[in-house]
Ligand binder design. Structure first.
Ligand SMILES: Nc1nc2c([nH]c(=O)n2[C@H]2C[C@H](O)[C@@H](COP(=O)(O)OP(=O)(O)OP(=O)(O)O)O2)c(=O)[nH]1
Ligand SMILES: [Mg+2]
Length: 313
């Protein structure tokens, strides 16, 4: 049996963050596709339009915002029963005017904590998770002393950087490290030993559970953890598995050759970008990248960059 292909559209949608960190959303009219749900303001890209121009046009038409500027945040391809959408979510970095519903739609500002309680179109779940993630993910070096790690933690900006404790997950001083992170408001990831999670349990307040490639391969369901679950992915098969398990994020590596793995062949930005773009999970680029690569990573379908060395200076 063959099924007719559904129509396909390309959409741009805005992540508008206020100075207080709240996010501006509008409610889709009941009579439209995905009606009655909260959306990131935006709409269909018209033929030949650049994504940034399309979003500026939509934000002007729908919210009266003038001269808005935007940069890539995340792209999600989603098949609805009746429609295929490619959604380009963009961070709106500047505008003039105060957003207000110009088409009679409800417009409201919500805190990040309020977002999970709202009803969005089905395609949006990954982006709602992704906007709670820090753009930078620092990995705790194996070779640090406890003093070096505690000192480094104080110097990380918790609004921009999260911390993956990796080999420190079972360090005797781990709970001291977790307390220091909590005091700074840093989001922390621990390393899973098995599909069951972390031996001895995951302490309260841990934000993320990260699955190394071997653990991902052993999983046949999403691990039972209330927080965010990510996985290490070195190939498309691993990414497909992470998506099929409904994981929230992936560390895609190695993007570039690294000093620690000079022989492992690197994916390169182009291939990493092709793999990351459109996936319903938040990718971090890892391997020979630093905080200065964040814009490049976003242009290649990732929401952030991760690494060891370059993130602790
Ligand atoms: N703007 C927006 N659209 C979304 C989101 N999530 C999602 O699945 N969509 C879907 C719903 C629609 O099928 C499509 C957006 O099309 P639209 O109807 O808003 O387009 P538009 O603003 O150009 O409206 P119109 O002039 O055609 O009435 O993308 C989202 O967060 N924001
Ligand atoms: Mg619209």
């Amino acid at each position: 049996m063959t099924t007719e292909p559904t129509p396909a559209i390309t959409v741009v949608a805005a992540i508008i963050r206020g100075e207080d960190g709240r996010i501006c959303l509008s409610k889709r009219p009941d009579n439209k596709h995905q009606g009655g749900r909260w959306e990131f303001p935006g709409g269909k890209v018209e033929g030949g339009e650049r994504l940034s121009d399309a979003l500026a046009r939509e934000l002007h038409e729908e919210l009266g915002m003038e001269d808005s500027l935007s940069s890539p945040f995340m792209t999600i391809a989603h098949q609805y029963p009746d429609l295929h959408v490619t959604l380009h979510f963009r961070d709106v970095t500047a505008w003039r005017g105060v957003p207000e519903g110009r088409e009679g739609q409800q417009v409201e500002w919500f805190t990040l904590e309020q977002l999970p309680g709202l009803t969005f179109p089905a395609a949006n779940q990954p982006v709602v998770t992704a906007i709670t993630l820090p753009p930078l993910l620092a990995i705790a070096p194996d070779a640090f002393s406890l003093e070096q790690l505690l000192d480094g933690i104080k110097r990380l900006d918790p609004l921009r950087t999260g911390l993956y404790l990796r080999s420190w997950t079972h360090h005797p001083a781990r709970d001291t490290v977790l307390e220091a992170c909590a005091a700074e408001g840093l989001k922390v990831w621990l390393r899973a030993d098995s599909p069951q999670g972390v031996a001895g349990g995951i302490p309260e307040g841990v934000f993320g559970l990260h699955l190394p490639g071997t653990v991902l391969a052993d999983c046949d369901a999403r691990p039972d953890f209330g927080g965010l679950v990510s996985a290490a992915c070195h190939d498309q098969q691993a990414l497909d598995k992470a998506v099929s398990l409904g994981l929230d994020s992936a560390l895609l590596s190695p993007v570039n050759p690294t000093a620690t793995h000079p022989d492992q062949s690197a994916l390169g930005w182009e291939k990493a970008g092709q793999w990351a773009t459109g996936l319903p999970l938040a990718c971090y680029m890892l391997g020979g990248v630093g905080p200065e690569d964040i814009s490049r990573a976003r242009e290649h379908g990732a929401v952030g960059v991760a690494g060891i060395r370059a993130f602790w200076s």
